[in-house]
Design a protein around this ligand. Structure first.
Ligand code: F6P
Length: 366
């Protein structure tokens, strides 16, 4: 198929590396004589163009993407409230309802002469991309998320940056924890998967790591801390993934709005209060939250993002559609979007990093 004009969008939460993907796509596509445009804020630039006085589509030339490889965020904007298959609209009764606007969206693609879409996003965005491909749109997905919870790719971009920053924070907390003989509880993002918590916790030599994959017994964590005290180690670092839950309990949520995923958060404070009560040690809680998403990508994530963006363009050249580019070291290959949707990748309990943590004596609260 001949391409004249392709669209790029970024959906869901931002992640370091989005701009690098955009730049690689634009440069690789321009070399082939294609024009690129970016859809603003997920699909909103096409679904609600009236909200964008400067136009819902952003022309993307090599000049526009110059010097953005190292920048965090996304020049296109993003949203996690614009699912075209379940779009939230305010009813006359002041309640939000979800409606399917996908046909309207496909018409907007045709009206704007867009031959294909490269959709950069996490599980939600890639499921939407798969549904649009099934309706006949030519689509390639690029896996993004700091959570690293997407199946069929060894890594998503953004994850390495989040782990790197969380590890740096844990290092800093060690010195203040040791000086004050305190317990420091560090809550990290990651949704229902413990990849960030496990990797940053092991790299940062935490004393306990609580993950969504292993319901924790707080008494076991307190025991670990008391044993350290008995050996003269009077401070402890406890990394808690936001999706961690106690044995027999549930995840801690901030809330849930129409058209949005459940917002996790708060388990760190619960763990901190319980440990202070059980051990009698002064405890402080630090929630890293969106700091893990902001800022510039590491060299690893930049390179991965550039490789993903260029591979997405090559996949269109090869006539592929309905696929996601995936890291399969040493190469990048393509997997059907249908094989990715709805398959969250959690940490396998027997993975090498988990075994390493156990061999180092880290408590997982079990
Ligand atoms: O999926 C990325 C992520 O940062 C999760 O780790 C976190 O639970 C969620 O997004 C936060 O989303 P929001 O930006 O809507 O608060």
């Amino acid at each position: 198929m001949e391409f004249k004009r392709i669209a790029i969008n970024t959906g869901g939460g931002d992640a370091p590396g989005l701009n690098a993907v955009i730049r690689a796509i634009v440069l690789a596509a321009t070399q082939r004589g294609w024009e690129c445009v970016g859809i603003r804020d997920g699909y909103n630039g096409l679904l609600s163009p009236e909200k964008y006085p400067e136009g819902g589509l952003m022309p993307l030339t090599p000049d526009v993407v110059r010097g953005i490889t190292h920048l965090g965020g996304t020049i296109l904007g993003t949203t996690n409230r614009g699912n075209p298959l379940a779009y939230p609209v305010l009813g006359e009764d002041d309640q939000y309802y979800e409606i399917d606007r996908s046909d309207e969206l496909l018409n907007a693609f045709a009206e704007n002469n867009l031959d294909a879409l490269i959709a950069i996003g996490g599980d939600g965005s890639l499921a939407i991309a798969g549904a649009l491909a099934a309706k006949g749109l030519r689509v390639v997905g690029v896996p993004k998320t700091i959570d690293n919870d997407l199946d069929k790719t060894v890594a998503t971009f953004g994850f390495n940056t989040a782990v790197y920053f969380a590890t740096e924070c844990i290092d800093r907390l060690h010195t203040t924890a040791a000086s004050h003989q305190r317990i420091m509880v560090v809550e990290v993002m990651g949704r229902y998967a413990g990849w960030i918590g496990l990797n940053a916790g092991v790299a940062g030599t935490a004393d306990a790591i609580l993950l969504p994959e292993i319901p924790y017994d707080i008494n076991k964590v307190a025991e670990k801390i008391q044993k350290r005290s008995a050996r003269g180690r009077d401070f402890s670092i406890v990394v808690v993934a936001e999706g961690a839950k106690p044995v027999g309990g549930d995840v801690t949520i901030i809330g849930k709005s129409v058209g949005q995923a459940e917002r996790l958060g708060g388990v760190g404070h619960k763990v901190g209060a319980a440990l202070e009560a059980l051990t009698g040690k002064e405890t402080r809680v630090v929630v890293l939250g969106h700091l893990l998403r902001g800022g510039k990508p590491t060299a690893y994530d930049r390179l991965l993002s550039l490789r993903f963006g260029a591979a997405a363009v090559r996949s269109l050249v090869e006539g592929q559609s309905g696929v996601m580019v995936a890291l399969d070291p040493p190469t990048v290959n393509y997997v059907p979007l249908a094989d990715v949707a709805g398959r969250m990748k959690q940490v396998p309990l027997d993975c090498d990093t988990m075994l390493t943590g156990r061999d180092l004596g880290i408590s997982f609260g079990d």
